[in-house]
Ligand binder design. Structure first.
Ligand SMILES: NC(=O)c1ccc[n+]([C@@H]2O[C@H](COP(=O)([O-])OP(=O)(O)OC[C@H]3O[C@@H](n4cnc5c(N)ncnc54)[C@H](O)[C@@H]3O)[C@@H](O)[C@H]2O)c1
Length: 278
């Protein structure tokens, strides 16, 4: 395919975004709709999800929705079954829902650990398993889009230590690994599987980022190598590219939307313009 400006459009595609009431999920759902996709959305926050739905519809796109907890496999399964009555194909799945709480690993109790594993790993696999038949239909459907795309939102913490967020980080690393395995297992069905690893994106759920900002206020270090603040739209932009044919030969990889955090690997940029230090 020779790319042209139209290649980025998602017209005629259907997408599903989990955790779309707020933050990165909301920005991604709206971006997919702006580029032409109909977008099914779910979240456990009903009121805020309604706002996302209204904005997708205002763009002239369909937005079937469900208020549910993605860890509730039965609820997810019945919603996807219901959805498949309406849509017999799906081209894009964004596994965005996730999160956690601050606690050293040794202080996380069994219930907390199970919740973090379910929230950041198990549900991602379950939602994916539920959606693959629809994605397989989307990949070979009459629209001839030439492939479907799964996008897993992981974290920079999938690729480095996560003190205070150890279980969350380990589960994000598990999703990064699962992304690679599924990329191979689903390749012959023409379903691509990639991850986006954000860092330092201000959202309502960026507890760590807020904490970090407070800890850093009055210090001399920049939060990221890149000298500007990230935005949920930066993650959404990467998702739009991974969703469509512009990335048709890209599978099993991670796009790092982190302002250079992973690359810095301990290097710090002094705010006074001085040389980088370790
Ligand atoms: N913001 C960042 O800098 C950053 C960094 C690394 C990774 N991430 C990842 O990006 C994703 C989105 O995070 P965000 O910053 O937008 O957070 P957020 O809290 O602002 O948004 C998350 C959304 O997902 C929903 N959600 C979470 N768990 C759910 C569940 N079990 N069932 C249904 N809905 C659920 C929430 O209600 C919320 O609407 C998460 O997977 C997070 O781990 C974010």
């Amino acid at each position: 395919m020779e790319p042209n400006p139209e290649s980025i459009l998602l017209t005629g595609r259907t997408a599903l975004v989990t955790g779309a009431a707020r933050g990165i999920g909301r920005a991604t759902a709206l971006a997919l709709a702006r580029f032409g996709a109909d977008v099914a959305v779910c979240d456990r926050l009903g009121e805020e999800l309604e706002q996302t739905v209204a904005e997708i519809k205002a763009l002239g796109r369909l937005a079937p929705s469900a208020v549910l907890d993605v860890r509730d496999t039965d609820a997810v399964h019945s919603w996807i079954t219901e959805l498949s009555d309406e849509w017999d194909h799906l081209e894009i799945l964004v596994n965005n829902a996730g999160g956690g709480f601050h606690s050293p690993v040794m202080e996380v109790n069994a219930k907390g650990q199970a919740a973090l594993i379910a929230e950041n790993f198990t549900q991602v696999v379950d939602v994916t398993r539920c959606c693959v038949p629809l994605l397989a239909a989307g990949a070979i459907g009459p629209q001839g889009f030439g492939g479907a795309s799964i996008i897993n939102i992981t974290s920079v913490e999938a690729h480095r230590a996560g003190p205070g967020f150890g279980i969350y980080s380990a589960m994000k690393a598990a999703v990064a690994n699962m992304t690679q395995t599924l990329a191979l297992e689903l390749a012959t069905q023409k379903i691509r599987v990639n991850a986006i690893a954000p860092d330092m994106i201000p959202t309502p759920g960026d507890g760590f980022l807020t904490q970090e900002s407070e800890a850093l206020s009055g210090t001399t270090w920049a939060q990221t190598p890149w000298p500007e603040t990230g935005h949920a739209g930066d993650v959404a932009s990467a998702a739009v590219w991974l969703a469509g044919p512009m990335s048709k030969f890209v599978t099993g990889t991670t796009v790092h939307v982190d302002g250079g955090t992973l690359a810095s690997s301990g290097w710090k940029r002094p705010l006074d313009g001085g040389p980088w230090v370790l």
